[in-house]
Design a protein around this ligand. Structure first.
Ligand code: PLP
Length: 413
């Protein structure tokens, strides 16, 4: 029949298309700086030693079965995850004001959070009567798609300043101040994707002041806890600061894809903080209703692995070491690329300096190159990156960083 004859073919996803082009390329020195997944110094995926041990323990444990989890997920997992992001001493947890639900990794957390807002945030009375969420320009491309799916219109707020290759703090805080009271703003908790540009602690305090006075709602997306500094607590600073100010409404999306290297296992959580335990009970019950209709119950294996990392003392110590190792290798690669561009090649920099490579945080760096310069690096250097010149630092190794720097140098001249 002809029922699908009017369906137009959608364009392929830019990132996954880049990976396909990289795989098809036969050139020996090809490099993939596109995908946001950690690679070891040989360019291979890394199964964390802590995760290997947790997996082995689960497989050996004969009491582990394959029954359904409950609708809201593994209770030990959601409780330990809440402590990880909000802090072991979190007043919100102690006061029973946190509704935590296990989700399909960070994407699922965003989707459940968006669906919850769509159903229960009274957009007619907040944010100037518009069903809108303010997202940073630029942001993770999927944010737009997810909120559109949930009938919440994504609108950009200024974030990245191309001139300084840094934060447009004036533009950002200006947008917070001029938005109608009760607007919803999406914030990257740390290691902003795609820019690698984060506010400082002092700037977070100023941002939180505006949230407080404008009664804005903070929708935090935390996909990289531990990747910014190597320290899981330090990277949760923004979220904990907002939650500590009781008057700000906060939702937190949490992913274990990157910091536990569990990309395909889809372990994540959504935490919604309420003002009272009574509200919390109602919120939790409604999250469960949405979850039931969407996925019935979340997947077990990744959540069991993470639970062991978070609750077994020796695995917890090993995992913290593993996270430090990943963050440390990324920081080493930043230093290597920076010194090659500034000392060896003396490459002309966009905006006059390459300092942004050292200042940017987490898995990604925005080089600040033009689409034309990027095209040259991709086509002639066989080095794959998105047109906005975002590179995944994890794609660099001690054996390819000089090759990459040499092509950035050629393109920038
Ligand atoms: N949020 C941001 C900002 C991300 O960069 C990502 C992954 O790239 C995610 C959420 C979700 O990832 P996942 O669904 O694999 O946890």
């Amino acid at each position: 029949t002809e029922v699908w004859s009017s369906v137009p073919e959608a364009p392929p996803d830019a990132i996954f298309q880049l990976t396909a082009a990289y795989k098809a390329d036969q050139y020996e020195k090809k490099v993939n700086l596109g995908v946001g997944a950690y690679r070891d110094n040989n360019g291979n995926p890394w199964v964390l030693p802590s995760v290997k041990k947790a997996q082995a323990a689960l497989i050996a444990d004969e009491s582990v079965d394959h029954e359904y989890l409950s609708i809201t997920g593994l209770a030990e997992f959601t409780a330990a995850s809440a402590k990880l992001i909000l802090g072991a001493d979190s007043a919100a947890i102690a006061e029973k004001r946190v509704a935590s639900v296990q989700t399909i990794s960070g994407t699922g957390a965003n989707h459940l959070g968006a669906t919850f807002l769509s159903k229960f945030y009274d957009f007619s009375k907040h944010g100037g009567g518009k069903r809108e969420i303010h997202i940073s320009n630029p942001t993770w491309a999927n944010h737009k798609a997810i909120f559109n799916m949930c009938q919440i219109n994504p609108v950009d707020y200024p974030y990245y300043d191309a001139k300084t290759v840094g934060l447009d703090f004036e533009g950002f805080t200006g947008a917070l101040k001029s938005a109608p009271d009760g607007s919803v703003f999406l914030l990257h908790a740390c290691a902003h994707n795609p820019t690698g540009v984060d506010p400082t602690r002092d700037q977070w305090h100023q941002i939180a002041d505006i949230f407080e006075s404008k009664k804005h709602l903070a929708f935090f997306d935390c996909a990289y806890q531990g990747f910014a500094s190597g320290d899981l607590d330090a990277d949760a600073y923004s979220v904990r600061h907002f939650v500590a100010r009781k008057s700000i409404s906060v939702l937190v999306c949490q992913s274990f894809a990157k910091n536990a290297g569990l990309y395909g296992e889809r372990a994540g959580a959504l935490h919604v903080i309420s003002a009272t335990p009574e509200q919390n009970k109602a919120v939790f019950s409604q999250l469960a209703v949405i979850q039931r209709a969407e996925i019935s119950n979340p997947p077990a294996f990744g959540a069991r692995v993470v639970t062991l990392l978070l609750t077994d003392p020796s695995l917890w110590a090993q995992w913290q070491k593993d996270v430090k190792e990943m963050a440390g290798r990324i920081i080493e690669m930043r230093k290597a690329l920076f010194s090659l561009l500034t000392e060896k090649f003396k490459t002309p920099a966009p905006g006059g300096s390459w300092d942004h490579i050292m200042k940017q945080i987490g898995m990604f760096s925005f080089l600040g190159l033009s689409p034309k310069q990027v095209k040259m690096i991709v086509d002639e250097g066989h080095i794959y990156m998105t047109a906005n010149s975002r590179i995944s630092m994890a794609g660099l190794t001690t054996s390819n960083v000089e090759y990459v720097a040499s092509w950035i140098d050629k393109a920038a001249r």
